[in-house]
Design a protein around this ligand. Structure first.
Ligand code: KG4
Ligand code: ZN
Length: 333
């Protein structure tokens, strides 16, 4: 029997809803980004995000159901991201999901945002089999995970300071490239020399990530060499940031003997990161799975995908279950 799930994502600055069948087939996926609302502040403002979610959630849900051609009564369950994320923002999606579950008399499934980033890969590659070495790098998280089986994760590395995407955003803001910074740096770096400035590759012998030192090195370099082409600074920063991600992914895959590499999170849209992970897989006889950028960035299809597996494993989530802004990835059993 197939199961049609409605997924809702409101953990940060995207209001998203999607209809997904059996955790793999996307019937609709609507993402309403608030980037324009936050751009002038150079980052996400929680109060503005919560208010925007309240305004957008109704229309986004209606559009997702209409695009899928699915009536509320035809859904088998409704899922929402319950954390990690901004408390007020999470509450909007979770409350909407619970209300729909009550109205339609169907189960509610609370979903971990980090687990959802891992399950985005199944939306394009339904035959994917663990073990996988997964790098999730976004504005909010930098996480290296060995997925040993469905629901069983080993976090082998995370950032000790800034997230990878946060470093792109901060450096872009410093260079006057606007927000979000990742796509701006990626684009400008194409015309720069990645070897122009030897920025540090942090914590080379450890599994954890660090970006604060790299960010400071960029600021110091630009202050000392104000005439260096910005494209060279962007390309050299990007090379150092990506090298760190790829080196640690390679080491984790080796250590876990994982035959498949997977990327997730907004930074996975980075062109140099994608090329280097593909090259790493080729060189080491592995398979690399690089989901389309629209599945790497925050979306609700990944919430519905993860919900399908969670629902099968744990059953519905009680309606009195709340949000958890600091939720970590479950270790599983
Ligand atoms: O997953 P996501 O949409 O939202 C969060 O959960 O944070 O990731 C957004 C982050 C931002 O920091 C953005 O600058 C970064 O992903 N990003 C990129 C690229 N596209 C988006 N970073 C590097 N290169 C890109 N092409
Ligand atoms: Zn995310």
């Amino acid at each position: 029997m197939t199961a049609t799930l409605l997924g809702i994502e409101t953990s940060c600055d995207e209001t998203a809803a999607a209809v997904v069948v059996d955790g793999t087939t996307v019937r609709s996926s609507v993402v309403s980004s608030q980037v324009d609302l936050h751009a002038r502040y150079g980052g996400v403002v929680p109060e503005i995000a919560s208010r925007a979610h309240v305004e957008l959630i109704g229309p986004v849900l209606a559009e997702a159901l209409e695009d899928a051609g699915v009536a509320l009564g035809a859904l088998d369950a409704v899922a929402a991201c319950r954390g990690p994320g901004l408390a007020g923002a999470l509450l909007v999606g979770v409350s909407a999901a619970k209300a729909l579950a009550l109205v339609a008399d169907i189960p509610y499934v609370g979903v971990n945002h980090l687990e959802a980033h891992l399950y985005a890969a199944w939306l394009e590659q339904p035959d994917l089999e663990p073990p996988l070495a997964v790098l999730v790098a976004s504005g909010g998280h930098t996480l290296l995970v060995i997925m040993e089986a469905h629901g069983r994760y080993r976090v082998v590395g995370q950032t000790v300071d800034d997230a990878a995407g946060e470093a792109f955003d901060k450096v872009a803001r410093f260079l006057g490239l606007g927000y979000p910074g990742g796509p701006a740096i990626d684009a400008l770096a194409r015309s720069g020399d990645p070897a122009a400035i030897p920025f540090p590759r942090a914590m080379a012998d450890q599994a954890d990530f660090s970006y604060a030192g790299l960010k400071t090195a960029v600021v110091n370099h630009v202050r000392q060499h104000p005439d260096d082409p910005v494209a060279d600074v962007a390309a050299s920063f990007q090379a150092a940031a990506v090298d760190q991600l790829v080196a640690k992914l390679a080491a984790a895959a080796d250590e876990a003997d994982a035959p498949t590499l997977v990327l997730g999170g907004g930074v996975a849209a980075n062109s140099v990161l994608r090329a280097q992970v593909a090259a790493l897989a080729e060189a080491t006889g592995r398979r690399a799975f690089l989901p389309a950028p629209r599945l790497c960035t925050d979306n609700a299809a990944m919430i519905a995908a993860a919900a399908w597996w969670r629902w099968r494993a744990d059953g519905p989530t009680p309606l009195d279950d709340g949000v958890d802004p600091t939720l970590g990835l479950p270790a599983g059993g």
